[in-house]
Design a protein around this ligand. Structure first.
Ligand code: C6P
Length: 424
C-alpha cells in the first residue's frame, strides 16, 4: 500500500484508550504493515501465532550479520569476542526483562517447545519416578502436554488435569484439590493461547509452594502483553518464545531458578556444553551453557534483545492499556455480528478473541475474511483437549498486538457480517 491505505488503518481520533500510546507511530515501525492482501490493506490479527517485527529488530539482526558475526564462545579472534558479547548481552536483556536473579538463569533454546521438552526430559531424569504426578491444566497448548505424555509413557508417571468452567476460567479450588503427596511438579500456562484466559498464576504458585511443589509457567502468550517478574511470582521455571514478542523465530527462553537448573542433568550432548571430554568420561559446564549444546541461536539472541528494548521503549503498561481497550472493543463489536458466539469469556483475559459462527466452519470464516485482507487463525490452535472440553472442533481467533487499531477490528467485523450473509 499505499500510505493512504496505511493511514486509514492507523490511529484515528479516539482510537486508543491509552492516550500516551501513539499507535500510528508504532505502526510506522513495522514495515510489513504497509502490505496489501487481495488489494486490501493487511489487517494482521494473528499475533498470537507469531507477531510481526519492528524495523529495530530487523536492523539489529542485519547489522549483526554485516558488522559483527562469528561463532560464539569459541574464538580468540576479535570478531568472535564481539559476537559473544552481543549474544550474551541478549541474555542479559532477557534476564532484565523477566527480572531474573542472574543471566545464568536464562537458557536459550530453539523455541518454547524445545524448552518444554528440555524441562520434561531433564526434570524426569532427575526427579520423577513411577507413580509421581505432574499437574497440568485443560488450557494447555500441546507443547505443555505432549512432552509430559512422553515422560508418562516412559516412566509411568500420572498426569492430573486442572478443569475449567464453561467460560474458560481456571478452577483454583479444583486445582488445589489435585495437589497431593505424589505431586512433583505443576506445569500451567499463564495465558491461554486459544481463549486468552489469564490464569491466577501467583495463587497457583503459592498453593504449590505451600506444599513444596515447584511450578513451571508457560509464558508464551503472557510476555507480549503482561509485565512478568519471575522473582515476584516466585516461578521455578518460566518459558516463552521469541517470535511472539516481536523478536525472531528460532529462539526460545527457559528461565529456571539457579538451584533447580543445577540439579538437572544435560538435555543434549555436544559442543560447548562440556568442561572436559575423554573417551572415558565427560564433565559438564554449569547452567545455562550445560543446556545449550552446539552453536546457539546467535543473531536471534541479538534480535530478541532488540525486541525487548523495543517493548521497553513503549512501556508494558501502555501496551497493556492499548490492548485491553482493543480487546474490549472487539468483543463488544463482534458480538453484534449475527450468528457469532464468543468462545472464552473468562473474568480476566489478554488480547485474544476466539469465536464460532452459525453454519460457517472456522476455516470458511478464515478464508472469507482473508479476502478482505484480514489474517486470523482458525483451527484447534494446538489445544485439542481444550476444544474437546468446550465442545467445539475449532474456533476462529483474532489476536491483537501493539500495532492493531479499532479500525482494523471494524474491518474484521464487516468481513464477518458478509460471512453471516453467505452462510447464515
Ligand atoms: N502458539 C498459536 O497460534 P513455539 O511454537 O514453540 O514457538 O510455541 C509453542 C507455544 C507454547 N505455548 C503457548 C501458550 C503457545 O501459544 C505456543 C504457540 C501458537 O497459538 C502456534 S501453535
Amino acid at each position: 500500500m499505499t500510505h493512504a491505505a496505511a493511514n486509514r488503518l492507523a490511529a484515528a481520533p479516539g482510537d486508543n484508550s491509552a492516550a500516551a500510546f501513539d499507535v500510528a507511530r508504532v505502526r510506522a515501525d513495522f514495515p510489513i504493515l504497509t502490505q496489501e492482501v487481495f488489494g486490501k490493506p493487511l489487517v494482521y490479527l494473528d499475533s498470537a501465532a507469531s507477531a510481526q517485527k519492528p524495523r529495530q529488530v530487523i536492523e539489529a539482526m542485519s547489522h549483526a550479520y554485516e558488522t559483527c558475526y562469528a561463532n560464539v564462545h569459541r574464538g580468540v579472534h576479535r570478531m568472535s569476542q564481539l559476537t559473544t558479547d552481543a549474544f550474551e548481552s541478549g541474555r542479559e536483556k532477557v534476564a532484565g526483562f523477566l527480572n531474573a536473579g542472574s543471566a545464568d538463569e536464562i537458557v536459550f533454546t530453539r523455541n518454547a517447545t524445545e524448552a518444554f521438552n528440555l524441562v520434561a526430559s531433564c526434570f524426569a531424569s532427575a526427579k520423577l519416578a513411577r507413580g509421581d504426578e505432574v499437574v497440568i491444566s485443560t488450557l494447555e497448548h500441546h507443547a505443555n502436554i505432549v512432552p509430559w505424555q512422553l515422560v508418562r509413557d516412559r516412566l509411568g508417571i500420572v498426569l492430573r488435569i486442572v478443569p475449567i468452567d464453561d467460560d474458560g476460567n481456571f478452577l483454583l479450588d479444583d486445582y488445589e484439590a489435585l495437589l497431593g503427596p505424589r505431586t512433583k511438579l505443576v506445569a500451567v500456562t499463564h495465558v491461554s493461547n486459544d481463549l486468552g484466559t489469564v490464569v491466577p498464576i501467583k495463587q497457583v504458585i503459592d498453593l504449590a509452594h505451600a506444599r513444596g511443589i515447584p511450578v513451571l509457567v508457560d509464558g508464551c502468550q503472557a510476555v507480549p502483553h503482561i509485565k512478568v517478574d519471575v522473582q515476584a511470582l516466585d516461578a521455578d521455571f518460566y518459558i516463552f518464545t521469541g517470535h511472539k514478542l516481536y523478536g525472531p523465530t528460532g529462539i526460545g527462553v527457559l528461565y529456571g531458578k539457579s538451584a533447580l537448573l543445577r540439579e538437572l542433568p544435560p538435555y543434549q550432548g555436544g559442543g560447548e556444553m562440556i568442561s572436559s571430554v575423554t573417551f572415558e568420561k565427560t564433565t559438564f559446564k554449569d547452567p545455562p551453557h550445560r543446556f545449550e549444546a552446539g552453536t546457539p541461536p546467535i543473531v536471534e539472541a541479538i534480535g530478541l534483545g532488540a525486541a525487548i528494548d523495543y517493548v521497553a521503549s513503549l512501556g508494558h503498561e501502555a501496551i497493556a492499556a492499548h490492548e485491553t481497550g482493543l480487546r474490549g472493543y472487539a468483543e463488544a463489536r463482534l458480538t453484534q455480528v449475527a450468528g457469532l458466539r464468543l468462545v472464552g469469556t473468562a473474568r480476566e483475559k489478554a488480547s485474544i478473541v476466539s469465536f464460532v459462527m452459525d453454519n460457517a466452519h472456522p476455516h470458511d470464516i478464515g478464508t472469507i475474511v482473508d479476502r478482505a485482507g484480514v489474517a486470523v487463525r482458525t483451527g484447534h490452535h494446538c489445544a485439542q483437549p481444550l476444544m474437546q472440553r468446550l465442545g467445539v472442533a475449532a474456533t476462529a481467533r483474532a489476536s491483537f498486538g501493539l500495532y492493531n487499531t479499532r479500525e482494523e477490528v471494524d474491518v474484521l467485523a464487516q468481513a464477518l457480517e458478509s460471512v453471516h450473509e453467505l452462510f447464515g
